[in-house]
Design a protein around this ligand. Structure first.
Ligand code: PXL
Length: 287
């Protein structure tokens, strides 16, 4: 019997320049053998990280009719994966997608900030809307800034202890998701890593990364996309986290070696082939 590839409804914006959101999510999921059905939340000329005011077309009024069309056609989705959203109203449309596909794996990347700050144009109402999505998700992938915003706690800058990291993961899990991943954490040991928690098995894991003194937009989107495709492919949570960590590390290092303008994002064109490798990821450690 031939089996069709698993399908993901990917609810994110499409930024034309700067390699973020759907521009990187589409190639990553496709090369990993997952069929992507993009549901663009907005079209922007660039991402919002340093190119001035992008040209923006909001697509809130597209989301509901697009879902209706898929329902009418009887199109099944095995995963609904949400990311950068433009308004609280868009979070309600995401919930409609979750309701329409009750058996789908729900992955919420609660994109709203980084480096201790909310992104431009993100409001308290949006944070509240994203908390609502997190409650419905099975898997969430906040960075450290987003983890504290979701918990409505003051952001602790600087390294955190292993016990504080475990507590952060568990408290996010208590909001609803069974599998929590936090990216970009510096532990008190000095290790720069991604962390995860599997509530069902009460297990905590870390994947340690080399640290480079540069930040590129879109790496969170790439990380969450590799993680999602790995989970859909049958990897355990720490294996999926490790595959995503290794790929982002490789791609950042590759990019850094060319010294490009960081605003242009990472050169995934040079590394996508790595994602076709099937070896099991095994660099994770217990936290
Ligand atoms: O990668 C997150 C992201 C997605 N979409 C847009 C962004 C950003 C981060 O800056 O600006 C439009």
């Amino acid at each position: 019997m031939t089996q069709r590839p698993l399908r993901v409804a990917a609810i994110h914006d499409l930024s034309g320049f700067g390699r973020s959101s759907l521009s990187v999510i589409l190639p990553v999921l496709s090369v990993m053998g997952v069929q992507v059905c993009p549901v663009p939340t907005a079209v922007l000329s660039t991402h919002t990280g340093g190119f001035g005011d992008p040209v923006l077309r909001d697509l809130t009024d597209y989301m509901g009719p697009a879902l209706e069309h898929y329902r009418h056609l009887g199109i099944q989705m095995e995963c609904v994966y949400t990311g950068y959203l433009g308004s609280a109203e868009q979070t309600r449309h995401c919930r409609d997608f979750f309701d329409a596909y009750p058996d789908a794996l729900i992955v919420v990347d609660p994109v709203m900030g980084d480096h201790g700050k909310l992104y431009r144009s993100f409001t308290g109402e949006m944070v509240e809307g994203l908390r609502g999505l997190v409650q419905r998700a099975e898997v969430i992938t906040p960075n450290v800034t987003e983890a504290f915003l979701l918990l409505d706690e003051a952001h602790t800058s600087g390294p955190i202890s292993t016990s504080a990291a475990r507590s952060l993961l568990a408290r996010l899990g208590a909001m609803g998701p069974g599998r929590v991943v936090i990216t970009g954490v510096t532990l008190a040991t000095g290790e720069y890593c991604n962390l995860c928690y599997d509530r069902e098995h009460n297990s905590y894991w870390k994947s340690v990364s080399d640290y480079l003194p540069v930040a590129y937009p879109g790496t969170g989107d790439i990380f969450a996309s590799v993680l999602t495709a790995s989970l859909l492919g049958g990897d355990s949570l720490p294996m999926a986290m490790d595959r995503a960590t290794r790929y982002v590390e490789l791609t950042i290092k590759t990019t850094y070696s060319y010294s490009p303008d960081p605003r242009e994002g990472v050169m995934l064109e040079r590394t996508l082939e790595w994602l076709t490798r099937k070896e099991a990821a095994k660099g994770f450690l217990t936290l």
